[in-house]
Design a protein around this ligand. Structure first.
Ligand SMILES: Cc1cc2nc3c(=O)[nH]c(=O)nc-3n(C[C@H](O)[C@H](O)[C@H](O)COP(=O)(O)O)c2cc1C
Length: 164
């Protein structure tokens, strides 16, 4: 039996909603990736900080972590995040850099406002991990569609379970 972790980062709760819907269907464990220092609520300020972190390739500290030992038990990691500046929020990069993914499959899912192909995010995940990234299964959800995905999500998870 494959052991699944749904690990997600979400500030405005769209990705969190998708992660929770996934959990309703496939169960597994859930982990919220959070920045140690809270990001600002003000969008312009947040956008500026996110851009600076991306430019400087920073690895911001996380609020909570899963121990490396506990992480070893998982075979499949469903990794959720919003697209920020056509890429991965740097907080997610910190999470990826912490663990050995060599015996795992990473399945990315993300929410966005137009960058449906995920920008650079998949390449960034590949560059930071030694695990298999199932980019062909990357699951994209526009903000406006978060409440309408139940059917497609079920089909997607079924296809996933047939392969992984
Ligand atoms: C700092 C920042 C940068 C963003 N950059 C992009 C982008 O490049 N492309 C895009 O489609 N959406 C972009 N968005 C929109 C988010 O990806 C989208 O609203 C997402 O659903 C937010 O996820 P969350 O609610 O889980 O935090 C950006 C949002 C923020 C806050």
């Amino acid at each position: 039996m494959r052991k699944i972790l749904i690990a997600y980062f979400s500030l405005q709760l769209h990705t969190k909603k998708v992660a929770e819907k996934m959990h309703d269907i496939c169960r597994g464990d859930m982990f919220e990736i959070k920045n140690e220092i809270e990001y600002p609520v003000d969008f312009n300020f947040l956008a500026m900080i996110a851009q600076k972190q991306l430019e400087n390739k920073t690895f911001p500290k996380l609020k909570d972590v899963i121990s490396r030992e506990a992480m070893q038990q998982y075979d499949v990691v469903l990794l959720g995040f919003p697209i920020w500046w056509n890429d991965l929020p740097r907080t997610v990069c910190t999470f990826l850099k912490m663990y050995d993914f060599s015996n795992k499959v990473i399945i990315p899912f993300f929410t966005h406002l137009g960058t449906s192909y995920g920008g650079q995010s998949i390449q960034t995940i590949q560059a930071l991990t030694n695990g298999k990234v199932a980019s062909e299964f990357a699951f994209a959800v526009h903000d406006d569609d978060v409440d309408k995905i139940d059917g497609v999500l079920g089909d997607w998870l079924k296809k996933l379970s047939e392969k992984y």
